[in-house]
Design a protein around this ligand. Structure first.
Ligand SMILES: Nc1nc2c(ncn2[C@@H]2O[C@H](COP(=O)(O)OP(=O)(O)OP(=O)(O)O)[C@@H](O)[C@H]2O)c(=O)[nH]1
Ligand SMILES: [K+]
Ligand SMILES: [Mg+2]
Length: 428
């Protein structure tokens, strides 16, 4: 096994930079820089020197001993001053050492997975945590990283193994009298797992939104003040505004953190009948994106006229409230009136959706769970045909178990790894 090293903290100037080494030569290499005598597990302040004796930096050296480390291997971490030159000098010395090489993106985590320090879902959770920008994303990633999906999957697996073994007991004793009918218990176990899997699979759509952001489209007639409102919400001039009706044609996207939720606001072309070819293209795009969005804010008192389908949670507000006499509930992108309330309304709708999801977060999880549900449904169906079909039912249960095992990477790991680790940054 190679010993790998990489800068584990972000590139660029910082107070401290962390260089991580993992593998059989990790302690040996750290000792070479630190002048020897490091404990197998501990923390020391040391002067780090190059092979010619010249001083590299003074820093903190942490050592971890296999298997009690992030990767499960011998690990050393060098905390040095976070300048580009200091980091490059130390990395240069490490790459000159025999048996050491720069880690590939995600390679430390890959080793942690291979050494059983985390399961595949936890690896995904770690990737999400590193990418997390909002509080909702952070919380969701922490739940997965803590191993919650693995715990759930283990419970389902246990129930299905019990169900399969009940059937197998009947198959094995087919020639003898079997005193009890096992089907009620098999049915109960499989139905329980199916219900939970179905609920989790539905929740993935919401969890995906928390990872990638909810889309909120601002929709209305031309000149309603959509772009002005977008700019007010974004706190910057993201879109052009003017008194000319038909200013916005393309969809303008602004990503923001709305009360802890990741939201992409969409400013769209004003909706109307027009002869202008380019404006019509914009209107067509606006309708399409508004329909596909998670939530629409209609900036009008007559949303029915716009040709965009309206859904139950959608918000509609009267624009340009500053021009109306003591208008209640309206909004003004110009004066800021009603903006806070709109933000509250949007985050209220989205957070009620955000809390209704379960533990699973990815399309990969959804597919594995849906496959398991299909196998369980087949198992239940053939169970009806009596003990002659129990071997087929048991095979369907085993196939459901394999689907659940793929959730946490007990099987099919190799095919998934490259895809998952491709999203990792160096040093993780
Ligand atoms: N008084 C007042 N004027 C506003 C308000 N919002 C926008 N306006 C003005 O109304 C005009 C149209 O604003 P925009 O933000 O460009 O409207 P829009 O809905 O994006 O228009 P299109 O992109 O053409 O569909 C501009 O002259 C704005 O200054 C508001 O809340 N109060
Ligand atoms: K306009
Ligand atoms: Mg506009």
């Amino acid at each position: 096994m190679d010993t790998i090293f990489a800068l584990a903290s972000a590139q660029g100037k910082a107070g401290v930079a962390v260089i991580r080494l993992s593998g059989p030569q990790a302690h040996c290499a750290a000792n070479a820089l630190a002048g020897g005598g490091l404990p197998p597990r501990g923390m020391c302040v040391r002067t780090l020197s190059a092979p010619d004796g010249s001083r590299l930096d003074e820093g903190l050296v942490l050592t971890f001993q296999a298997p009690s480390s992030f990767t499960g291997e011998d690990v050393a971490e060098l905390q040095i001053h976070g300048s580009l030159a200091s980091v490059n000098a130390v990395l240069g010395c490490l790459s000159d050492m025999d048996d050491l090489r720069l880690a590939e993106p995600g390679e430390f985590t890959r080793r942690a997975l291979e050494n059983g320090k985390m399961d595949l879902a936890q690896v995904e959770g770690l990737a999400d945590l590193i990418d997390a920008e909002t509080e909702a994303q952070r919380k969701q990633a922490q739940i997965i990283l803590a191993g919650a999906l693995g715990t759930l999957a283990e419970g389902w697996r246990r129930d299905l193994i019990r169900a399969a073994s009940l059937l197998e007991a009947v198959i094995d004793f087919a020639d003898e009298e079997v005193p009890t009918d096992v089907t009620p218990e098999v049915r109960m176990l499989t139905s329980g797992v199916m219900d939970e899997l179905t609920r989790e699979a539905i929740g993935v759509r919401i969890a995906e939104r928390i990872r990638s952001g909810f889309e909120v489209a601002i929709v209305g007639l031309p000149n309603a003040g959509k772009s002005t409102l977008l700019n007010a919400l974004a706190g910057r001039e993201a879109a052009i505004t003017s008194e000319y009706a038909g200013t916005t044609r393309d969809v303008i996207e602004v990503r923001m953190d709305l009360a802890g939720l990741p939201v992409t606001l969409l400013d769209t072309a004003g909706l109307r009948e027009t002869e202008d070819h380019v404006e019509n293209l914009g209107i067509e795009l606006a309708r399409k994106r508004a329909d596909a969005a998670d939530l629409r804010v209609f900036l009008t008192d007559s949303p029915g006229l716009l040709g965009v389908s309206r859904q139950i949670d959608d918000i509609h507000v009267l624009p340009k409230s500053d021009l109306r006499a003591a208008a209640d509930g309206g909004i003004s992108g110009k004066t800021g009136q009603g903006i806070d309330r709109l933000i509250d309304d949007i985050s209220c709708v989205l957070s009620s959706r955000a809390t209704s999801h379960g533990i699973a977060t990815r399309e990969r999880h959804r597919i594995a769970m849906t496959k398991a549900v299909e196998s369980l449904a087949s198992a239940q169906a053939v169970l009806e045909s009596g003990p002659d079909m129990y071997d087929i039912a048991a095979e369907e249960l085993r196939s459901a178990i394999r689907s659940l095992e793929s959730l946490v990477g007990r099987i099919d790991v190799e095919t998934l790894l490259d895809e998952i680790f491709a999203s990792f940054c160096l040093g993780k």
